[in-house]
Design a protein around this ligand. Sequence first.
Ligand SMILES: [Zn+2]
Ligand SMILES: [Zn+2]
Ligand SMILES: [Zn+2]
Ligand SMILES: [Zn+2]
Ligand SMILES: [Zn+2]
Length: 262
Amino acid sequence: MDSFESLLESLKCDVCLDSIQQEDDVLVQCSQCLVCVHQHCYGSDLVQSDITPEHLCNWKCAECAWNETHCQLNQSTPCFMCKQFGGAMKKYSAESWAHITCINWNKYIFFQDKFKDSTNISLEMLHLYQKPDTLCYICEFSEGVMIKCDNRVCKLNFHVRCGIQKGLIKDWQTMNMFRRDDDDFDCNVFCQDHLEIFEEKRFKFPLEILNNRREARKARKAVRDSRLKKLRQQRKTKRKRHKDIVREWKEKKVKRAYYIHS
Ligand SMILES: [Zn+2]
Ligand SMILES: [Zn+2]
Ligand SMILES: [Zn+2]
Ligand SMILES: [Zn+2]
Ligand SMILES: [Zn+2]
């Protein structure tokens, strides 16, 4: 029993990298390749309302199911974005498969709905957002689609899965601390050096202080905005007064001209 429980604990979702389960969001394992995912992290057939326990027990991931129907046992294809094999992948265009993580962490592409079967743009379009000859600083390959370190001055790029292996992208809960803003869904992803700098800062300033600083920043912005509004209003009334003066003056001129000529 102990080993079974430790096995359960060692199971980690390939998408959010977390092992916590909820009643309506359990970890499901592919009966073929043993990849492990949360129902809602994976989408597709795992989030259908009429899903049965039998289906969960005998579930096959999209890649294994595709291989089965196409009689290509264990013929895996690399991810279009990170060029790595294995993991939770789906087929997102005629020829290309991609990891759900590789899409989740790329700013330019996102899923259309909870089923996560279609994306806002095609995978191939992602090359448009990437400079030619971009190199992954971790695996040193130039193929595929990379993400950039979120430090503004840093020029380092890396594949999402390389970043996960290097520990730059951690489980979803930890990454929540890297959120850009309270109401922003985007998290910062850094290269090794900038991650260390960020974590050091986080260590020095616990979350409450940072949140307080965020509040302070928001308050300052509100003051600035109200001042700006007042200034705009003043300018507007000045402009209006000036217009009135000009109009009055013109009217006077016309009147004067009328007196002179009559
Ligand atoms: Zn998950
Ligand atoms: Zn599988
Ligand atoms: Zn990938
Ligand atoms: Zn790489
Ligand atoms: Zn960096």
